[in-house]
Design a protein around this ligand. Sequence first.
Ligand code: ADP
Ligand code: ADP
Length: 231
Amino acid sequence: KKIIELKQVYKDYPQAGTLQTVLHDINLDIYSGEFVAIVGPSGNGKSTLLNLLTGIDHPSQGQVIVNGAELQKLSNEKLTSWRGANIGIVFQFFQLLPALNLLQNIVLPMDFLGRLNKGQRRERAMHLLELVGLADAAERLPSQVSGGQQQRAAIARALANDPPLIVADEPTGNLDAATADSVFDLFAHLRDQGKTLVMVTHNETLADAASRKLEIRSGRIHADSKPVNLV
Ligand code: ADP
Ligand code: ADP
């Protein structure tokens, strides 16, 4: 099953009075269960591509269809609730709320979705904190734990609503090697559960563990490790 489909996608940004084309004619299908690493030098359009996949930004031309929804056609309000149910996002700027402890940060997306009762939400949040090795830090504020712990809590939060798709931008970016390894194991575990993972990474170990490597250069798909006609 196709979970992501990009058709003739272009993205322009105004820059110094002209339009700069950051993504050129991207055509991409990602199937459910794939683990895709997006690699390539910085400033070449990788984050822009992730923003289009999550509907945080819209293409200048073309279509982005994720889990059956054409994102440009959803109102902002619909898009927010759709995203909450369908995508777990791990982005650097998508930080934990500083006034809530780690447990409360993880319960929050479940509150928005309203699927479980209060006790079940708390129980699930504790379970996710255990999964990322943070059970002991549940009551701490983000400022009271290390950067690596915050990053793992952000991953737990991305899993809160059990989304079919997880999108991450440099998930091991500011982690030391040992913590990066634990995050790495976590992604392998998610892959084994059949989740679809799409991540931008400069970490070669993580990129090598992916089932597919997509290299973006100058806003184009420069290389795709998956043979085009395989599926
Ligand atoms: P990467 O993730 O590969 O480092 P980005 O997608 O962040 O690359 O950026 C690609 C290009 O798009 C860069 O030249 C960047 O300056 C430009 N760009 C990204 N976001 C914006 C924006 N919101 N407004 C204007 N230009 C942008
Ligand atoms: P990680 O490998 O998860 O990034 P570190 O090695 O940075 O963790 O930190 C080890 C321990 O130090 C953690 O268990 C954490 O409780 C504590 N610690 C690190 N940074 C901070 C901080 N800014 N505030 C409070 N405690 C911290």
